[in-house]
Write a protein that binds this ligand. Structure first.
Ligand code: OGA
Ligand code: NI
Length: 358
């Protein structure tokens, strides 16, 4: 539909980047969170374990691999995320993707608006907040999201400007897709499953790249870059240019995920919680903004194919003995999309709708 952008709220669209460019000295009321949801309090809990940074070098070596898998298991159980270093993606690939992101968000507003949509089913869309059409309180972020795997199916739909965008972002997308294949094998192994568990579905699954821009914000204590949520997929691989990502720990306190130079954050999503029958939990996270500098993130959301139903692995369910009864109903990525089109995910978690109460 040609006037799709108009009918879905483009006329009322103001992005965080627009406000930044206007040089506003306070944030509009629509961005102000109720006091209990503001990001001001960070607790520093004592940890038995430090926040996990896992070195993936030499992971082909058998004894090294065993050690890495142990570290992954501990990190997934304790935190639901970890950071990886020596992950095999060149720094130049990362830098070029970040440059493409920066150039994209610097384009004139009208040009970005050609890709605007509030429809979560669009394969490529520019937008702001979480769901501009539904959010009661907006988030201080702009994004471009696009499907990325297999690249040749989607690349022609990606932004054609800046001219280097498709090549540079595409190289990064492919490199991360390769990394996720390795990570999924190791995560499955850490659960006691065969590393090649659902191999075809993992290799042929969906990859959605969310490229986020969080402009400097005059009142960062009143708002967030992205509201608390867990990701829907199996795993998410996140690259951040500054600290800002925070996760909810086991004591229900928010903690910052420190910026690790050259590192990537790996987060467990809802499909992994369901697949593992709750042995691992998806991590609830949010992003804060800051007063002086833009922050970028490139978030690679991996999941099984759109209509593939994911339920607990039968190896991890033991209904007969009531030791590990099945704790979740199955779901597919498309069912998640249906849910977020019709519900406010800051009020109800999709995952909670799948839990089997016993
Ligand atoms: C996301 C997300 C956090 C960040 O896009 O799902 O959680 O730091 N982003 O950008
Ligand atoms: Ni997320």
């Amino acid at each position: 539909m040609d006037n799709q952008a108009k009918s879905s709220g483009a006329s009322s669209f103001t992005s965080a980047m627009n406000l930044d460019q206007q040089g506003v000295s306070s944030i509009p009321q629509r961005y102000v969170l109720p006091p209990s949801q503001r990001p001001n309090i960070i607790h520093h809990d004592e940890h038995v374990l430090p926040l996990p940074i896992i070195d993936l070098s030499d992971f082909h070596d058998q004894s090294r691999r065993y050690q890495i898998i142990n570290e992954i298991r501990n990190a997934c159980k304790e935190f639901g995320f970890f950071q990886v270093i020596n992950h095999g993606i060149d720094q130049s690939t990362i830098n070029e993707a970040l440059k493409a992101a920066e150039e994209f968000f610097n384009l004139p507003h009208e040009e970005k608006m050609c890709l605007f949509s509030d429809d979560v089913h669009k394969p490529v869309r520019y937008g702001t907040s979480l769901n501009h059409a539904r959010d009661e309180v907006f988030c201080w972020r702009d994004f471009i999201k696009h499907y990325s795997h297999p690249l040749s199916d989607w690349l022609h739909l990606w932004p054609s400007n800046p001219p280097s965008y498709r090549k540079n972002m595409g190289n990064y997308a492919e490199a991360v897709q390769g990394l996720q294949n390795k990570l999924m094998e190791m995560i499955f192994e850490s659960l006691g499953l065969n590393p090649s568990y659902l191999e075809e579905e993992v290799n042929g699954g969906s990859q959605l790249l969310a490229v986020n821009c969080y402009p400097a914000c005059p009142e960062p204590e009143l708002t967030l870059g992205i509201h608390p949520h867990s990701d829907y997929g199996s795993i998410t691989v996140l690259l951040q240019t500054r600290s800002g990502l925070e996760f909810k720990n086991k004591n229900n306190n928010w903690e910052a995920v420190p910026l690790v130079e050259g590192g990537l954050v790996v987060q467990l999503g809802d499909q992994m919680e369901v697949l593992s029958n709750g042995v691992y939990k998806s991590v609830i996270h949010r992003a804060t903004v800051n007063v002086d500098k833009k922050r970028f993130s490139i978030v690679s959301l991996h999941s099984f194919a759109m209509d593939k139903k994911i339920g607990p692995a039968k190896e991890l369910v033991d209904d007969d003995h009531h030791q590990l009864p099945k704790c979740y109903n199955e779901f597919s990525f498309s069912e998640f999309l249906h849910f977020i089109s019709n519900n406010d995910i800051t009020k109800e978690r999709f995952l909670d709708t799948l839990k089997i109460m016993k």
